[in-house]
Ligand binder design. Structure first.
Ligand SMILES: Cc1ncc(COP(=O)(O)O)c(C=O)c1O
Length: 365
């Protein structure tokens, strides 16, 4: 991070600033007195706005009193969810390659993360249900998956969602779906249509948790506001647990997030058009590079090219950085199945992407 002149594609956020209408909403909220504590579960008005958002986008009815909890970011939603479900000595299945925080939070709960890699079959990642079943033990309580995936960009099909739900019902597990990239979806009928949430398939009684965030779709990474949706019993416990971790997300940031939900669609569409162009530009460039295979991802803003013969992605990324000043994330950081690949975040300007891809191509040659 301290090196000058680096073309940075290793990060996990768009380099677009938070849109002005959200910043204005935060300033107005501060002036209107949103500077005091809120409920542990978050502002009731934001929870109601989220219930309306799910009704509009997914046709799902949620109880804002018990089934929605506002958190101080997606990572805190992940933390409070995992801590609500796992006791010390419990085990969780985690589909990988994945953003490492899920497995780390499981470890911090003195529980065990059993990573099960997504196999690449032809041009699509899949879920290996046999491997999932083989990894079960009497201590297994939870299955964690991310769709759209960081780092793969893979999106679970509706059939795969149904199978995951069925698997968890059969073995009495909680199913935790990290859906923080659900709005960054390029394979819907039109841009702006989200990936169908697992909540469309789950019943109110299912042991399902969805982790969400304002960070990615609304360019609010530094604001630290997210939410979780869960069965009412877990939702109530998660709100109580919030008290001892962070109490609640900042009041004015919650109020600004409410505005993002209700007024953000136009800005989001502009960003999605730009991201899709970037994705295609990168896919075209990678297709010309020797020893590189990369499945076309349907979501998020990452590509995860596999490089033939690569056995130490950390050393590769270090050499690439030192010799060409291009910063990528090593695949090994994303757990089982990640070694041999690198992660490229394409939520950057073309003036960064184009020279970075040229340098990567030259480096590989
Ligand atoms: C898969 C995934 N889940 C959750 C998060 C958490 O985002 P935040 O804590 O900024 O809401 C991230 C951030 O990179 C992520 O990639």
């Amino acid at each position: 991070m301290s090196m000058d002149g680096v073309l940075r594609l290793y990060f996990g956020e768009s380099n677009l600033p938070t849109p002005d209408y959200i910043k204005r909403a935060a300033a107005e909220a501060m002036n209107a007195g949103y500077t005091f504590y809120t409920e542990n579960a978050g502002l009731p008005s934001l929870r109601r706005a989220l219930a309306a958002y799910y009704r509009r986008l997914h046709g799902v009815e949620l109880d804002p009193e018990s089934e929605i909890v506002i958190t101080a970011s997606g990572v805190q939603a992940l933390n409070v969810s995992i801590r609500s479900v796992l006791d010390a000595g419990d085990e969780a299945l985690v589909l990988t390659p994945a953003w490492p925080n899920g497995s780390s939070i499981i470890a911090m709960s003195n529980a065990v993360a059993r990573q099960v890699p997504h196999p690449l079959c032809g041009d699509r990642y899949r879920i290996d249900f046999e491997a999932l079943e083989a990894a079960l033990t009497p201590q297994t309580r939870l299955l964690v998956y991310t769709s759209p995936s960081n780092p793969l960009g893979w999106v679970a099909s509706e059939e795969e969602q149904a199978q995951l739900l069925d698997f968890c019902r059969r073995f009495g597990l909680w199913l935790l779906a990290d859906e923080v990239y659900d709005r960054l979806y390029y394979a819907g009928e039109s841009l702006g249509i989200p990936v169908p949430s697992i909540l469309r398939k789950a019943s109110r009684d299912d042991a399902v948790i969805v982790v969400q965030s304002f960070s990615k779709a609304w360019c609010m990474t530094g604001w630290r506001v997210g939410w979780l949706v869960a069965r009412g019993d877990l939702g109530r416990k998660a709100a109580q647990l919030n008290e001892f971790i962070i109490s609640h997300a900042p009041s004015f940031a919650q109020k600004a997030a409410e505005t993002a939900l209700t007024e953000g669609e136009e800005e989001l569409l502009r960003m999605l058009a730009r991201l899709k162009e970037n994705r295609d530009l990168c896919l075209d460039a990678l297709a010309q590079m020797p020893r590189v295979t990369v499945p076309e991802p349907d979501g998020a803003f990452y590509l995860f090219p596999k490089i033939e013969g690569l056995t130490d992605s950390f050393a590769f990324c270090r050499r690439l950085l030192e010799q060409t000043r291009v910063g990528l994330a090593p695949g090994v950081a994303f757990g089982a199945g990640g070694e041999g690949s690198v992660r490229i975040c394409y939520a950057a300007e073309r003036t960064i992407l184009e020279p970075a891809l040229e340098r990567l191509a030259r480096f590989l040659k």
